[in-house]
Structures are given as structure tokens and as C-alpha cells.
Design a protein. Structure first.
Length: 239
């Protein structure tokens, strides 16, 4: 997989193990906005995402949709239900055209056991829990534009192919989805994006955000109470 940061986002699996894992299944493509894994379905398989951007959501009774996470190349999708043998508790939706390797549950479990990767996947699970805890803390303590800048930086980390240029194009995201990820209204997102545009950090179009100045975006992410150190975010590409 291209890019050191994406290699890190492959969690705890080495490049060689990731390639071997991909060889255990069959490749499938998903159209933009299609459901990749459906909530409530049986955990008969999981996906190893190799290209594209997806979101994980939970559909509550009454139609309320709760955003849980964004996922990018190198992420495993649906592994929890595979290990637990329980119906899926969340839904994965392709935000852009996606490519993934479909891994049959029993074959995946056998692969993990034979290579002694159980503890590695446990570390991945704990890492995701820490990410969720950090996100909840941000929602309670940080200003809107700071949260928005951090969300965009994490999306860059997920999707940027290697960082040769400071210009990074994020596609497939609606303002409503950004609002869900930052815990605000759509109108608040519009206001926040306007401030980022005025600062020269981003440009926007329909379902597209172009990061024009990575350093400026990182500066926005550092403002506000409880600011995280710069090392918590991907460095400016090419620097």
C-alpha cells in the first residue's frame, strides 16, 4: 500500500501480512453510496478495504443515524461480528467508489490463528476505542472550527496516497456527514468551512473539500482548549 501513513493505518499488520491476508479472499468493488456491510446481517465475512473511503454508522430505532467512524485503505471492516459470531451492530457505506477483499469468516479466523495475530487485532480494537474516547472528548471541549480541522486532517491521513503535494482532495463527503462527524448542525459546518476558506486552508465544492494549505489547517487544529500536540496529526505532506 502506498504511503507511510497508510502503512501505519494498517494498524498492526506488516506489509507482508497484509498482502498475505488479501490473498485469502476475492476482490469486490462497491459503487459510491452503496452499502458494503449491512447492520443486522450475520458475520459471515469481513472486508479488507484496499481503495476508497467509507463511513461506519449505526441506525437506531426510529430512523436516527449515528456516525461512528470513517475508514480508508488498510482498514478491516466487520471483523467484530466475525469474531463474536453475532449480527452486525453497524453499517458500512461507501462514500466513494471502493475496492475491498471479501474474506470468508472461517478462513479469516484460521489465518489469524495460524499466524498468531490475535493480540495484534486486540491492540487494534483498543486503539479504535481510544480514538472513540478522544473524539467524544473533542465534541465536549473544542470549538467547532478546531473539531472540523481535526476531522479533515484525519481524513487526509486516511486517504492521502503519499503526501508529495500540499494539495489534497477529499471527495464523497456531504456537509451533513461532516456535521455528524463533528457533532454540529449542517449550518454550523457551512460556517466553519467558510472560516477555513477565508483563511486559505481549504476550497470547497459539491461533496469536495480541497486542502490548499496543510500548515494552516494544522494551525486551526491546534487552537482551542485541550489542544493536542502536533505529533497527534499527520505532518504536512512533503515536509
Amino acid at each position: 500500500m502506498p504511503g507511510a501513513r497508510q502503512g501505519e493505518r494498517r494498524r498492526v499488520l506488516s506489509d507482508e501480512t497484509w498482502r498475505e491476508l488479501r490473498g485469502q479472499g476475492t476482490t469486490r468493488t462497491f459503487r459510491e453510496r452503496s452499502v458494503m456491510l449491512r447492520q443486522g446481517s450475520a458475520g459471515t465475512h469481513l472486508l479488507a478495504l484496499t481503495d476508497g473511503l467509507a463511513k461506519v454508522v449505526c441506525r437506531e430505532p426510529g430512523g436516527v443515524v449515528t456516525w461512528l467512524a470513517f475508514r480508508g485503505p488498510g482498514d478491516l471492516l466487520g471483523e467484530v461480528s466475525v469474531f463474536h459470531g453475532t449480527p452486525r451492530t453497524a453499517e458500512v457505506v461507501a462514500l466513494t467508489p471502493c475496492t475491498a477483499v471479501v474474506l470468508e469468516a472461517e478462513r479469516f479466523r484460521r489465518f489469524i490463528e495460524q499466524r498468531g495475530l490475535i493480540l495484534d487485532l486486540m491492540r487494534q480494537a483498543f486503539s479504535r476505542l481510544r480514538e472513540s474516547d478522544a473524539h467524544r472528548t473533542e465534541l465536549l471541549t473544542l470549538p467547532l472550527v478546531t473539531r472540523l480541522a481535526r476531522a479533515l486532517l484525519r481524513l487526509v491521513e486516511l486517504t492521502s496516497p503519499g503526501g508529495e503535494s500540499e494539495v489534497v482532495r477529499l471527495t464523497g463527503l456531504s456537509q451533513e456527514e461532516i456535521a455528524q462527524a463533528t457533532g454540529v448542525t449542517r449550518n454550523a459546518v457551512i460556517t466553519g468551512l467558510r472560516r477555513l476558506r477565508e483563511s486559505g486552508a481549504v476550497e470547497t465544492a459539491r461533496r469536495t473539500i480541497v486542502i490548499k494549505d496543510m500548515r494552516a489547517l494544522r494551525d486551526w487544529a491546534m487552537t482551542g482548549p485541550g489542544a493536542m500536540p502536533a505529533s497527534s496529526f499527520p505532518p504536512p505532506p512533503g515536509r
